[in-house]
Design a protein around this ligand. Structure first.
Ligand code: ZN
Length: 325
């Protein structure tokens, strides 16, 4: 447990996760309302550490009055159910179908990924792996429900001076919490210092809509943070950091450079599918992490498309990419 901003009563608790990303940070705000931001994954190990750390702060889990969720990923929402009966649960409405394990929604998500994989040229065996990975991941999300929905610019109930802002990109459900007086952000996975946050491909929430262009959204959400006077960012993974402007510029540049690299791969050998790019760009991990590598590639192809650098054509049931001269 680390005491962060004493005048605001913010404490960081770091919990183990079974995921590649490593430990996750959750935050206690001893404000007007005793608040927990994110919960950690739904594992016995994380629950034991969380209980112990809360005890060292003189808090019983039953004392928590509200839980705020930064986004729906299981390392952040896996223990919501432990607080669901006593505390109110706040978050963006797009957390809801994940928390409720809405079977209709999850079936739509599966069929979205089947069709995305087909057009991206992913072999069936890896498509199956993507679907299985997602199902395994969903097991770590709590079954619960929101009791209060936070939208863009909303004041956070029980925490005077705090506002929520929508930052879609890493997840469609993502919000950050911003304290106006101090410029503190509790940022979930929106911006991390030690690793770049993946703009993960998601199905649209309404199957009549087209898929969200997650990397483009993410870049816009990064720019939102440059408009706020920010003093410190308390992230979902890794250490806190100040001066996020420089980090945001670094991330945007890294994305531009990767897009440029992909552009040259396509220019050298036009007519590639997204999967062919993924194989060439990530030869060692495209099979182990087909979902993340495909997200990364499709996001950067979207960037090249909006910049008018490449075009897409149908080839059978696949989409292939070529450069503009
Ligand atoms: Zn996440």
């Amino acid at each position: 447990m680390v005491k962060l901003a004493s005048e605001k009563g913010i404490y960081r608790i770091t919990l183990p996760t079974p995921f590649l990303v490593g430990p996750v940070n959750v935050y206690i705000i001893k404000g007007d309302t005793l608040t927990l931001v994110d919960t950690g994954p739904g594992t016995d190990e994380a629950w034991a550490v969380l209980k112990k750390e809360l005890t060292s702060l003189g808090i019983d889990p039953e004392d928590i009055e509200q839980v705020i969720i930064t986004h729906h990923h299981p390392d952040h929402t896996g223990m919501v159910h432990k607080f669901f009966r006593k505390a109110r649960i706040l978050g963006h409405w797009k957390n809801e179908p994940w928390l409720q394990k809405d079977q209709h929604f999850l079936a739509e998500v599966r069929s979205f990924f089947q069709s995305l994989s087909r057009t991206a040229g992913v072999p069936d065996v890896l498509t199956e792996k993507i679907i299985q990975n997602q199902a395994a991941y969903q097991k770590y999300i709590s079954t619960a429900s929101l009791t209060y929905r936070l939208n863009n610019g909303d004041s956070v109930p029980g925490l005077p001076g705090w506002r929520s802002y929508e930052v879609p990109g890493h997840a469609q459900s993502h919000i950050i919490l911003y304290e106006e007086q101090t410029g503190i952000i509790i940022g979930g996975d929106h911006l991390l210092a030690h690793i770049s946050s993946n703009a993960i491909i998601e199905a649209p929430y309404n199957n009549k809509d087209s898929r969200p262009r997650t990397l483009l959204q993410y870049r816009e959400s990064l720019l939102l943070c440059t408009e706020l006077p920010v003093s410190m960012v308390y992230p979902g993974h890794g250490d806190s950091f100040d001066k996020p402007h420089a980090l945001i510029e670094k991330r945007l540049n890294e994305q531009n450079n990767r897009a440029e690299y992909i552009y040259h791969m396509i220019k050298d050998n036009p007519g590639k599918t997204a999967f062919a790019v993924s194989k060439e760009l990530f030869p060692r991990v495209y099979q182990k992490q087909p979902d993340l590598t495909l997200s990364e590639v499709i996001g950067h192809l979207d960037l090249l498309l909006v910049h008018g650098r490449i075009k897409e054509d149908c080839f059978g049931d696949q989409i292939i990419y070529s450069n503009y001269e």
